[in-house]
Write a protein that binds this ligand. Structure first.
Ligand SMILES: NC(=O)c1ccc[n+]([C@@H]2O[C@H](COP(=O)([O-])OP(=O)(O)OC[C@H]3O[C@@H](n4cnc5c(N)ncnc54)[C@H](OP(=O)(O)O)[C@@H]3O)[C@@H](O)[C@H]2O)c1
Length: 300
């Protein structure tokens, strides 16, 4: 399923869409709380351009980030995009002026969000669009939302469809309606609650893109104190963030990384995790940190 390279190998997302397994999550490029512009716009643009220099060809974004700020930064920094460059976006929500994240997922609203993304990202077709499940909404079924994305794909506005924050049952339901190329849910070395969903994507040949791959601020996370993680990082002359990303790459060959950062140094560090080879005993020690289906709190 994957071929080797310095970015964790290549993964076939869809017809004519092969991408490196190490990508970049752009959410941290907005202002504090993912709201408003970054403190340093040039620094944010430098991160995006450095990602492309490093060979990254998959950037994860959304109009919710800012809102609009991150998509505008991506277009400013990277348009015209390199050939086979995948910008993955999400629809199904909006931000109000208090920075709340609210559902917006009537089929007509989903259609207009696709057109908004096309305009802001300055492209004719979106490579990967995730439906961000915002929970049950009165008068709208999940099937209606997936059907709206399917129609947009039929119209040629979307190349592949993904789901984000979904339950296993919704994943199965969506697959009856349309092809699902990718699922994006929370999963990392200390939070493995999405394990069954991950396994289902592996079986289906779809991508699984863990959000919060670093526990959103790994440096401060509970995992930092773990002795195994520390010892394995030291043995490789690597950081704990790199080890936790390398563990994700070993978890299953359909896992694609989108670590987020606003710093070029962290971007370079995270990208280098693509060449960090953990041996089987190290993987086993990290596997044993938390049971699949559980979080670190539940394990202790
Ligand atoms: N679908 C969804 O509902 C959803 C939800 C959340 C996120 N996402 C996506 O997932 C992507 C990743 O999530 P995320 O950015 O929130 O969390 P993350 O990748 O788990 O962690 C990012 C945080 O870790 C820090 N960091 C990054 N690299 C580091 C390193 N090498 N050492 C120490 N600290 C480091 C960053 O700070 P610095 O900026 O200082 O490096 C930032 O605070 C997002 O960009 C977004 O595209 C999706």
């Amino acid at each position: 399923m994957t071929t080797a390279n310095a970015l964790g190998g290549r993964f076939p997302l869809g017809p004519g869409l092969e991408i490196n397994r190490v990508g970049f999550g752009a959410m941290q490029l907005a202002g504090p709380g993912v709201f408003g512009p970054p403190a340093d716009r040039e620094a944010a643009i430098a991160v995006l351009r450095r990602a492309v220099e490093l060979g990254i060809d998959h950037i994860d974004t959304s109009d919710f980030y800012g809102p609009w700020v991150v998509n505008e930064l991506i277009a400013e920094a990277l348009h015209p995009y390199e050939a086979n460059f995948v910008v993955a976006t999400k629809i199904g929500a909006y931000r109000d002026d208090q920075a709340n994240w609210l559902p917006l997922n009537h089929p007509a609203a989903l259609r207009s969000q696709v057109h908004d993304n096309l305009r802001r990202l300055r492209t004719d077709v979106l490579d990967l669009v995730y439906l961000r499940d915002m929970g049950p909404q009165e008068g709208i079924t999940f099937a209606d939302q997936v059907g709206a994305l399917h129609d947009l794909k039929q119209q040629g506005l979307i190349r592949t469809i993904g789901l984000s924050n979904v339950e296993l049952g919704h994943y199965a339901e969506a697959r009856e309606i349309t092809e699902i190329a990718s699922v994006q849910n929370l999963y990392n070395v200390v939070n493995r609650t999405a394990a069954t969903l991950l396994d289902a994507t592996t079986e289906a040949g779809a991508a699984f893109v863990p959000f919060f791959p670093l526990g959103s601020g790994f440096a401060d996370s509970r995992a930092r104190g773990d002795e195994d993680l520390k010892a394995i990082a030291e043995a490789h002359g690597a950081t704990q963030a790199q080890v936790s990303l390398a563990w994700l790459l070993r978890r299953a060959s359909n896992v694609l990384l989108i670590p987020g950062t606003s710093s070029v140094a962290h971007l370079e560090e995270n990208t280098a995790a693509g060449t960090l080879a953990l041996d089987d005993s190290e993987v086993a020690r990290l596997d044993a940190l938390v049971a699949e289906g559980e979080t670190l709190e539940e394990a202790h």
